[in-house]
Design a protein around this ligand. Structure first.
Ligand code: GUN
Ligand code: FE
Length: 465
């Protein structure tokens, strides 16, 4: 696969929360392993030398920019099967009625699993998600299909075989704690083996230990997974303090908060990503931060299941690593654009409630630029990746956004007009501005994406029907 690239044009990224950079006329070069080796203004002497030696360097047309790929920090791959159904139920009932059934169905039908996962991969690419942290199902074979499909699609994927030795659905659980621990270990080895004969830069999938959540895992299983993670330096993902019925279940059955159960099991580590955390107040967020654990914020799913909005601003102020997740199918939208917009909306409503209550102090609202950081660099940081930013020695994981149709000069998709003063045509030939990027954030959709790369390799981002 051809990974070496030379691209001149506009690049948009956010390396730090709240700081968005629009880099007009930059030159980016990658090597044959898809890593950025040059990134500087196109007019700089070094860039000019490169340009003289590289006649096939591509210049992007006006009205386009390159932005880092989205990182979806929380998605249940098998639940893609029934995305968009059943959200009238509270979490614990919904899991029993929908989630467990769908996952069990895929575990019993490898051909269906392959079909669902292949479609999921296409849909992720189409939506601009280049890195994804996945919950799979219980059965090893189904998770290996998931890993294989993601690797073949060229997506950077972290794949979690579920660990569950307790379940409300007797047919959907592992037969004992010991079986569950052995299966977790075995999946890690087999998933690693899938890519072990490839050069390191081509290895895109990685196994992740995945105790589903406290209600489906015995203390013994959790402790065993904590030890396995420490020995093998494995990433861990789970759900923490998500919903009222779940939080109450843990209090009643275990007599403590689930954060305590995870902590005493060695599962709050710098390699851990916990979804939701909606019920965590500042002291608990400080504790999460002290462990180096990251949080996957899934605002759409929270609106249905959580009863409490995530304390996002407080988490960010405490320095917690935060990224965004879709939580398919607890959230119905696969597009991280929806997560960004929901994150901003929810935070603004929190701020409004504070204002009405007469509370003073720093605003709880985040703005669109901060949400773009969370959807890109924030998610990458949570996963310990260097991506999400354009810089030397960083893999080129990015996509190209088109704002205008080059032949007509009109905005693409829902982006009709760009400027109060000018017609769409005039704006099409002018440099990308912050207002244009803001419009894309508000109104853009899959029609605005033209190309996508992971580790410098171009993926098939053609439209889906
Ligand atoms: N908690 C445990 N399992 C799940 C799941 O599949 N989805 C959500 N949203 N929460 C969970
Ligand atoms: Fe979830």
């Amino acid at each position: 696969m051809q990974r070496a690239k030379c691209i001149r044009g506009t690049f948009v990224h956010s390396e730090h929360l709240g700081r968005l950079e629009i880099l007009l006329d930059y030159l980016l070069v990658t090597d044959s392993s898809g890593v950025i080796t040059h990134f500087a203004p196109g007019q700089s002497p070094e860039s000019q030398i490169i340009l003289q030696k590289s006649p096939d360097c591509v210049s992007l047309p006006n009205g386009t920019f390159i932005v880092p790929n989205f990182v979806d920090l929380h998605l249940h791959a098998a639940q893609f099967l029934y995305q968009g159904n059943g959200l009238h139920l509270p979490l614990m009932e919904w899991l029993n009625e929908y989630a467990f059934k769908a996952e069990e169905r895929l575990d019993g039908d490898p051909a269906l699993a392959r079909t669902v996962y292949t479609r999921l991969a296409r849909r992720l690419i189409h939506s601009g998600t280049g890195t994804v942290l996945l919950f799979g199902t219980i059965k090893e074979e189904t998770n290996l299909i998931l890993a294989e499909v993601m690797q073949a699609a060229g997506l950077r994927a972290f794949v979690g075989k579920l660990s569950m030795d307790i379940s409300s659905r007797p047919s959907y659980k592992e037969s004992s704690t010991e079986t569950s621990l052995k299966a977790a270990h075995s999946f890690v080895e087999k998933c690693r083996h899938l890519t072990s004969n490839l050069p390191i830069h081509e290895r895109l999938v990685e196994p992740v230990l995945t105790p589903r959540f406290v209600p489906t895992c015995s203390d013994e299983l959790l402790v065993g997974l904590g030890q396995l993670s420490a020995v093998e330096q494995l990433k861990i993902q789970s759900h923490l303090a998500e919903a009222l019925d779940q939080v109450e279940w843990v209090r009643k059955e275990r007599g403590v908060e689930d954060i305590e159960v995870f902590d005493r099991s060695g599962l709050l580590t710098p390699r851990t990503i916990q979804a939701h955390c909606t019920f965590l107040e500042v002291p608990a967020l400080q504790h999460v931060n002290s462990r180096g654990t990251a949080i996957a914020h899934c605002p759409l799913s929270n609106s249905y299941f959580s009863a409490e909005p995530f304390h996002l601003r407080e988490a960010l102020d405490e320095g917690v690593k935060v990224g965004l997740g879709t939580d398919i199918a607890g959230g119905y939208s696969l597009d991280l654009m929806t997560s960004m917009r929901q994150a901003v909306s929810v935070s603004r409503m929190r701020q409004g409630s504070n204002q009405i209550a007469g509370k003073e102090g720093k605003s709880l609202a985040i703005d669109w630029k901060e949400s773009l950081y969370l959807a890109t660099r924030g998610g990458a940081t949570a996963l310990g990746l260097t991506t999400g930013v354009f810089d030397l020695r960083v893999p080129f994981d990015a996509r190209q956004i088109r704002l205008f149709d080059e032949s007509t000069g009109h905005g693409i998709g829902a982006l009709d007009f760009f400027d109060l003063e000018e017609s769409g045509t005039a704006a099409a030939s002018s440099p990308v501005t912050i207002e244009m990027v803001e419009k894309w954030w508000c109104l853009g959709d899959t029609r605005n994406q033209s190309r996508m790369w992971v580790q410098g390799a171009e993926l098939d981002a053609s439209p889906l029907n």
